[in-house]
Design a protein around this ligand. Structure first.
Ligand SMILES: N[C@H](CCC[C@H](N)C(=O)O)C(=O)O
Length: 311
């Protein structure tokens, strides 16, 4: 490995992006396959010692017919997750900017299912986020039967929340004022509540009128973020099921606005919002243990580099 100390791994190129301040490290693993373990993802996510991000987004070749890419999502804590709404928009912009596709309608395979992205003007992207899942067992959320609102005991009190999956699990609580919502206290307690066996993203929803709402989200695996796309979708579903919101809603998050549309049960949730590229960068990964051994050999074969998926 020319130029690198023997104990060092490959240089990894990435692009830093965000959707309303929900920020991402986006990596093309098609042209640079690599392997990342959870502890390395956590180091890269660190805002002082690493790149710093809410989620790592990995672009891989499609694993299914009739889709254009596979898109993998890792939270800052290294956990792999099923879906990321803001990330999906940034993904669509990235693959076009990198000339990995020239399509404006892109079908993408995620761990939570196949989604369709439509690239508009000035970096705006519309995403068909799929049909929300409301059956508790599939969310997953522990409950005897499906309800619009579930009482749940947390921190010595009983609160009412809705449970929705957008491919990833969400709990949604109504609050009078998001600025005074107990995000720091109830967010982490509900994220890890035993009734959410896969943990959950927790949304605090303030209804303004039938077409507008404010939302803060304590995200599973990343803490409170400036915006959460799947959280905005889950909040509109919860608000409609409670009879408080119309089909099209402007959701205002700390990082900005998303437009969410849902025509009701059985229909997909549509999300529209902006994307932004911040900078391109490179970071040198530490050598894999077995790579260190190969590096020590005078004429070692270049180590095989594979994306995180090929564990
Ligand atoms: N923290 C989420 C993944 C990222 C979702 C969020 N960034 C979005 O825009 O949907 C989870 O563990 O399910």
């Amino acid at each position: 490995m020319t130029g690198a100390r023997r104990s060092q791994g490959p240089l990894l190129s990435f692009t830093k992006m965000h959707g309303l301040g929900n920020d991402f490290m986006v990596v093309d693993a098609i042209s640079q396959p690599f392997r990342l373990r959870p502890e390395m993802i956590r180091k890269l996510a660190d805002r002082h010692f690493g790149v710093g991000f809410d989620q790592l987004l990995v672009v891989e070749p499609p694993g299914l017919p009739d889709v254009d890419f596979r898109y993998r999502i890792f939270n800052a804590d290294g956990s792999e997750v099923e879906q990321c709404g803001n990330g999906a928009r940034c993904f669509a912009r990235f693959v076009r900017d990198q000339r990995l596709t020239n399509r404006r309608v892109i079908r993408v395979q995620t761990a939570g299912g196949v989604i369709e992205l439509r690239v508009g003007r000035e970096g705006w992207v519309t995403v068909n986020m799929g049909v929300p899942e409301l059956n508790p067992a599939a969310i997953p959320f522990a409950a005897d039967e499906r309800q619009v609102v579930y009482p749940i005991d947390v921190d010595g009190q009983s609160v009412e929340l809705s449970a929705v999956s957008m491919g990833n699990p969400h709990g949604v609580l109504l609050v009078d004022d998001v600025d005074k919502a107990p995000v720091e206290t109830l967010g982490p307690l509900l994220e890890r509540h035993p009734r959410f066996p896969a943990r959950a993203n927790i949304g605090f929803l303030q209804i303004i009128d039938r077409g507008r709402a404010r939302l803060r989200v304590f995200e599973r695996g990343s803490g409170e973020t400036l915006a959460c796309g799947t959280g905005a979708c889950a909040a509109v579903v919860a608000g409609q099921l409670r009879g408080l919101l119309d089909n099209q809603v402007r959701i205002t998050l700390p990082g900005g606005d998303l437009v969410i549309e849902w025509q009701g049960e059985g229909a997909p949730v549509m999300m529209e919002g902006p994307t932004a590229r911040v900078f391109d960068g490179q970071i040198r990964l530490p050598a894999e243990p077995n790579q260190r051994r190969r590096n020590r050999r005078p004429s070692g074969r270049q180590p095989e580099r594979r994306s995180p998926g090929n564990r």
